[in-house]
Design a protein. Structure first.
Ligand SMILES: [Zn+2]
Length: 155
């Protein structure tokens, strides 16, 4: 790290659960940031109160990159079958950018992926203040393919 101070963007959150997830994601990316390799970390909360972290993996071929949210869901699924109930992702600034970490909403691919694996997931979005919203509100009319008839829904 450069030694510059980058504040935790959790201060922008009004809700306790959102703050905690943002802080977890921020701490993860602050510790693992590598320019052009790892810019975003995500934190997923399960119904048992555990937090699972994921790290963005950039790639020389852009489409081979893996989003932090996918990594967090994978880590969660390795650890537990518990329902996933909330997620936050934080992008760490490049050295050439202002020292502001930002809460980032999931990209379109991640919205699909997250809904496939966590149909009741809430997502921290960078409104003012940042807040949790239902992922279904961010992706109405989700794609439903033929791999399974309905989104997997924990009982
Ligand atoms: Zn994504």
């Amino acid at each position: 790290m450069s030694g510059r101070i980058v504040p935790d963007p959790a201060h922008a959150c009004a809700q306790r659960a959102a703050k905690d997830l943002v802080t977890a994601a921020f701490q993860a990316i602050r510790g693992r940031y590598v320019q052009d390799r790892h810019q975003i970390a995500a934190a997923v909360l399960d119904a048992d109160g555990r937090v699972h972290l994921g790290l963005h993996l950039d790639a020389m071929v852009g489409r081979a990159a893996v989003c932090a949210e996918a990594g967090a869901v994978s880590a969660a699924r390795l650890a537990t079958d518990a329902e996933l109930i909330a997620v936050a992702a934080v992008r760490y600034p490049k050295p050439t950018e202002p020292a502001l970490a930002r809460i980032v909403p999931p990209c379109g691919l991640c919205r699909e992926l997250l809904l496939d694996h966590a149909p009741r997931l809430d997502v921290v979005v960078p409104d003012t203040p940042a807040r949790l919203v239902a992922l279904t509100a961010l992706l109405p009319h989700k794609y439903l393919g033929t791999k399974w008839p309905m989104p997997v829904s924990p009982t």
